[in-house]
Every structure is written in structure tokens, then in C-alpha cells.
Design a protein around this ligand. Structure first.
Ligand code: 13P
Length: 403
């Protein structure tokens, strides 16, 4: 398993002057292509999941595939929830399994931005999850028919940088120095003077949104001035569309052959970025120096004398509902022993985002309600323990060490 702590990942990049690509995973094809490129380039990578709550949340099936791909890859991966507009979305991203989140209140006034971000940081940090804050607005490129209209970006205000970082407690800072989301000609005018000052003041990894369409020398200048994460999507979408159009002219191709061509074009573009951003070839040292990301499971086994199935069902539903509402709880599973003579007849397995969640979880009013209204009423005897879930490559080593 190569899901790693995003703080370690980005600090490694920041201290060693390269940038990790955060590629938006729009579909399974994007996921496979990005992972394949990272494996071939031996590069760390961030899988960006977009907060799409307005359009309907990210598909749980896609999220499950992202999680599996991240855990089974041989390169360091973090999964990041992009552009959350408030703490509720941050909570949702954590619940989906992301181990990094962005709070984007950059459209708000400075005091409001601080307030929103601070609240999100408190929540995410209680789950052990780092937060990218945003100061200065990265606007969207105008649609092609309006290409003469230049978006007026609200650039990062240098004097506010220190106060924003101190008051919010963010881990990484997304800045605005002239990039825009999407394809735009104005990207040639990046404000590197401003970037230098922000970097001198910030002292934490910087993030660039709107990574599409910059020149190689611009990327290098960004990286030399503290940028450790580059968000990238539009160019991938363009590459996929172009490959799709060209390949669909070939009537002899099957649909899967066509999609293979799309995936191969996507992989080539991702590889190009990894070379340009100098993250290629870094995987091994990052793996050595980064902490793996571990979920934790609380396992409760118990017996019950209650023989009313309807009552049991109702109490289970209530208990599950209570636990699922606690920040940092990823999922709740309930089981029954296959053996009638088994020592314990029932179990609950509650998956938490990380060990940090335990500090607040057992004091949470929903947890107390679960124990008071379910466990204390149902369980005649019980065992309750918390387990750090080992990663595939660690499990043989660690468990063998204990035997
Ligand atoms: P581009 O689409 O310009 O590459 O930007 C992507 C991005 O910043 C996502 O947050």
C-alpha cells in the first residue's frame, strides 16, 4: 500500500525543489492513466477528487476505485478533496476517504476566509488530515467566444500571507499570481515578484491552481520559489478529447481499443508533467521518508440476550446512524458469528480515517449516545479494541516481528 501522509509528501517536494502533480480524476480512465504514468516515471502523485456537491457528489464507485488504486500502487500517493467551500464539504471528503483537503473561501473577505478556513482546519486536523488554504482568487478562463475578455484575478495579497497562515493553521497555501483555471493566453504574465515575497513570508509548501498551459521555464521558476503542488486538469481533458476524436475516425477500432488510445495519450501527458516538474524518479526516496497513511478500526465483539429481532434491528439502525455522523468515521459494519457456539455472537467494525480521530471520537455526543442507547442496553459481555490497519507490504513484516 502506498497511500502516504500528504504533509510528508509535500514537504519532501518543497525541501527538494520539485512539485507533485495533483491530477483531477474525472473518470476511471483518468485514474488508470495517471497511476500508470506515475508508476512508469517512479513519481509521487496526488489524485485530486473534485467536490462536486452542486452537481451531485463524487461517485462512491469511483472513490472506491481511487482508494484501491492508491493503496495497491508501488509509488507514493495521496488522495485530495479539492475546492471545498465549507467544513461540511471537508467532512464529506474525509468520509469519502481523502487524506488531504482544500478549503477554498478565497472569494470571501479576509476575515471570513480566515474564519471558514480555521473551522475547516480544526475539523480536518482532529482527523489527522492536512489542509490547503487559499488566499487570492484563481478565476476561470473565459469561454472561447469571450476570449477577448480577460478575467481579473484577485492576486494573493502579500501582507496578509503571514496572518492568514498563523490564524488558520493551514498546512499548504494555494496562491494567485496570475494563473487561471482552464486554457488562457494571460498565463504568460505570472507575477514572480509577488511569488518570491509570498514564499519568503509563508515558509510552507505553496500550491498552484490552473496549472494548464504554462511553459517549462515558468514551471521551474514556480518550483524554485516554493511551489510543491501543481493542480492540472484542462490539458488532460483536451488531450483525452483529441485522442478520442482522432481515434474515432478509425472505423476498425473497437470501443476498448479506442479508450486504450485515450488512456495512452493521457498517460503521456501526465508523464510529460512529471518530468517537467522534476518529480519523476523520486518515488523511492519519498517512500523511505514519508509515513504511510493508516486507517484505524475499532472492533467491538459482544453477546446479547435480547431475542426480539425487530428491536435489535431498530437499535442497530440507530447505532449505525449515530456513529456515521461523527467526523472521521469512514464506515460502520455489523456482523453476526457464523458459529452458534462462538464466544461472541455479534461484532461492530468502525473504520476511522486515522489514529488522530480516536482523541475526539470517544467523547463525541453521538458516540456516547451509541454506547448509552445501544451497547449498554444490548451487550451482556463485550470486548472493544482499536487496531491500526497495516498496509500490504507492512503486514508480513510487522506481524512477523511480534511472533
Ligand atoms: P487547470 O484546469 O487550469 O489545469 O487547473 C486545474 C485546477 O487548478 C484544479 O483545481
Amino acid at each position: 500500500m502506498a497511500l502516504v501522509d500528504m504533509r510528508d509528501l509535500l514537504y519532501h517536494a518543497y525541501n527538494n525543489r520539485y512539485a507533485v502533480g495533483a491530477f483531477e480524476i474525472a473518470s476511471l480512465d483518468f485514474l488508470n492513466s495517471v497511476i500508470q504514468a506515475a508508476e512508469v516515471c517512479r513519481s509521487p502523485v496526488i489524485l485530486n477528487v473534485i467536490d462536486q456537491s452542486e452537481r451531485g457528489s463524487v461517485s462512491e464507485n469511483l472513490m472506491a476505485a481511487i482508494d484501491t488504486a492508491a493503496r495497491s500502487s508501488s509509488i507514493p500517493v495521496a488522495v485530495h478533496y479539492d475546492h471545498c467551500i465549507n467544513s461540511e464539504r471537508v467532512e464529506q471528503g474525509i468520509r469519502l476517504g481523502c487524506n488531504g483537503v482544500m478549503l477554498d473561501a478565497s472569494d470571501k473577505s479576509f476575515p471570513e476566509n480566515v474564519e471558514y478556513t480555521k473551522k475547516a482546519v480544526e475539523l480536518a486536523h482532529s482527523c489527522g488530515i492536512p489542509v490547503e488554504g487559499s488566499l487570492g482568487e484563481v478565476s476561470c478562463a473565459p469561454a472561447q467566444e469571450d476570449s477577448n475578455v480577460q478575467a481579473e484575478p484577485k492576486l494573493t495579497s502579500v501582507p496578509e500571507v503571514e496572518a492568514y497562515i498563523k490564524r488558520t493553521g493551514i498546512d499548504f497555501l494555494a496562491i494567485s499570481i496570475g494563473t487561471v483555471h482552464g486554457r488562457s493566453n494571460s498565463k504568460s504574465k505570472l507575477d514572480f515578484g509577488r511569488l518570491g515575497k509570498i514564499n519568503a513570508m509563508a515558509g510552507i509548501p505553496l500550491v498552484i491552481h490552473g496549472g494548464t498551459g504554462l511553459s517549462e521555464s515558468q514551471y521551474h521558476k514556480l518550483i524554485d520559489n516554493g511551489v510543491a503542488k501543481i493542480n492540472y486538469f484542462t490539458a488532460l481533458d483536451e488531450v483525452a478529447m483529441a485522442a478520442f476524436r482522432i481515434s474515432s475516425e478509425d472505423q476498425t477500432l473497437t470501443s476498448s481499443e479506442l479508450m486504450m488510445k485515450v488512456r495512452s495519450s493521457l498517460s503521456n501527458e501526465v508523464s510529460r508533467c512529471m518530468q517537467a516538474w522534476r518529480s519523476a524518479g523520486r518515488a523511492a526516496e519519498v517512500m523511505m521518508q514519508c509515513s504511510s497513511w493508516h486507517n484505524v478500526e475499532q472492533v467491538i465483539v459482544y453477546n446479547s440476550e435480547n431475542s426480539d429481532p425487530q428491536q435489535i434491528q431498530q437499535m442497530i439502525q440507530n447505532g449505525k446512524h449515530e456513529l456515521s455522523r461523527i467526523p472521521g468515521v469512514l464506515n460502520v459494519k455489523i456482523g453476526k458469528s457464523l458459529s452458534q457456539n462462538g464466544k461472541f455472537q455479534y461484532c461492530w467494525i468502525i473504520r476511522l480515517a486515522s489514529q488522530s480521530v480516536l482523541k475526539t471520537y470517544k467523547k463525541d455526543p453521538h458516540y456516547l449516545s451509541y454506547t448509552n442507547n445501544f451497547l449498554k442496553k444490548q451487550a451482556t459481555d463485550q470486548i472493544d479494541d482499536d487496531y491500526e490497519m497495516l498496509n500490504d507490504f507492512e503486514s508480513t513484516k510487522t506481524v512477523a516481528g511480534h511472533i
